[in-house]
Design a protein around this ligand. Structure first.
Ligand code: URA
Length: 434
């Protein structure tokens, strides 16, 4: 029989924990029989002394089973889920889920809301009045069977252990530890029930992981957890040193996603979606060759089938599909103010984090838990890192409802640096890990 003091002491002294120790901790945590100071002490010992791959897999398993586990067994074929570690302007899910569905895949995706400076898929989709992700798991499975895709919000009882641990980590300086981040993310993905998981692990100023080596370490830790759970898990390492695409903000991102589904999207977003969708089709065993999968995915953008899937998906979950046909119906901000280059030169940086914060200040994200989002507001860039601009050129349109706060202009001035030097273009997809 384990006890908390013994478990903490073991980890403090760099001894491995047993499966029984970890199971005891998580069960007692969820039953609220452990004081916060003991869980916090163990978390700090883990931050300092780490967890082995086996310990991390056990922790994830216990967390995953601490609440509801979605049963997708009534879906025919292999189900795909995709998870991004969070970025700015990241509307990838809106584009690639219909692409995969158009090519015969089954995308059963569980999504979240915005967090900090990063946006969330559910907030973006709620730009369609009536659209809802609060659906039962039976309806979710039925929609995936019928249309090839559905997006569900996290149920309240999905991985309660993560909610408790995350709240403690947030206030005890124990968030940045790869085994804790990996088990937190993967416990939720495993509880969501899909057969195959594609992770988009972002690195850069706008991401959790600031450099590519940290991102790779996180990706490999999550892939190892996936292997222990017998789930096909792969990861893309992608750059978040500038926003993805041009649009940041809920309805603005939906518009950009629809343009991308018509084959008229920004190059970087289109590239990432094509890459991710083809990997998912290979994971679903619909293709053996990723290049052949890519051809099918690209065709779905040009023959209208990916857009048609998106339209069906919006309608099936309560949204008005005519908004897809005529995007001017989507929420629009009251004002558009151009932000102009103050000198001629080459754009050196468009830092994602300050732009994500600026969009939140406009009302695209929440600054407090109870904030009501303004769906039409946000930023639309007119240039990317490495582009030449002349003094007076518009580099970003600011879509706002209220008088423009100085904070927003400050963030834009911080984020966008123009100088005479040439810069190396940022490479979006760094590598694929498996
Ligand atoms: N996202 C999560 O879900 N958990 C973490 O620990 C970090 C990012």
């Amino acid at each position: 029989m384990s006890n908390m003091l013994e478990i903490i002491t073991k980890k403090r002294d760099k001894h491995p924990l047993t499966q029984e120790d970890i199971a005891f901790w998580i069960k007692e945590l969820v039953a609220q029989r452990i004081p916060d100071y003991q869980s916090s002490a163990l978390l700090m010992a883990i931050v300092l002394n780490g967890l082995s791959e086996q310990e991390t897999a056990w922790l994830t398993h216990e967390m995953m089973h601490s609440g509801d586990v979605v049963d997708l067994s009534s879906i025919q074929g292999i189900t795909n889920d995709k998870h991004s570690t969070g970025g700015v302007g990241d509307k990838t899910s809106l584009v690639l889920a219909p692409m995969v569905a158009a090519c015969g895949g089954k995308v059963a995706k569980m999504s979240g809301r915005g967090l900090g400076h990063t946006g969330g898929t559910i907030d973006k989709l709620e730009s369609f009045p009536g659209f809802s992700t609060e659906i039962s798991s039976e309806r979710f499975a039925q929609l995936v069977n019928d249309n090839g895709l559905a997006i569900m919000g996290q149920s309240k009882n999905l991985v309660p252990a993560d909610k408790l641990l995350y709240a403690l980590r947030d206030v005890t300086g124990t968030v940045p530890a790869i085994p804790l981040i990996a088990s937190s993310i993967m416990s939720k993905k495993l509880a969501a029930g899909s057969d195959a998981i594609l992770l988009d692990v972002k690195f850069g100023d706008g991401a959790f992981m600031k450099d590519v080596n940290q991102a790779r370490e996180l990706a490999m830790a999550m892939i190892s957890i996936g292997k222990h759970a017998n789930k096909n898990t792969k990861a893309i390492l992608s750059d978040m040193n500038q926003p993805l695409g041009f649009a940041i903000g809920n309805a603005l991102e939906v518009k950009e996603a629809i343009a991308t589904l018509k084959g008229e999207g920004p190059e970087d977003l289109t590239q990432l979606c094509i890459e991710a969708a083809s990997l998912m089709l290979v994971q679903a065993q619909l293709y053996t060759d990723v290049d052949k999968a890519k051809e099918a995915v690209v065709a779905s953008l040009h023959d209208g089938s990916a857009l048609a899937k998106f339209r069906t998906f919006i309608e099936a979950q309560g949204g008005d599909p005519t908004y897809v046909d005529d995007v001017s119906l989507l929420p629009q901000a009251k004002h558009i103010t151009p932000f102009k280059a103050t000198q001629t030169g080459i754009i050196q940086t468009i830092q994602a984090m300050p732009l994500g914060l600026a969009a939140s200040y406009l009302g695209a994200g929440r600054l407090t838990k109870d904030d009501v989002l303004k769906f039409g507001v946000g930023l639309v860039l007119k240039a990317k890192v490495g582009n030449h601009v002349s003094e007076g050129d518009v580099i970003c349109d600011i879509h706002h409802d209220d008088p423009l706060p100085q904070d927003v202009l400050d963030k834009l001035n911080d984020a966008i640096v123009i100088a005479q030097e040439s810069v190396k273009p940022l490479v979006l997809i760094h590598e694929i890990c498996e």
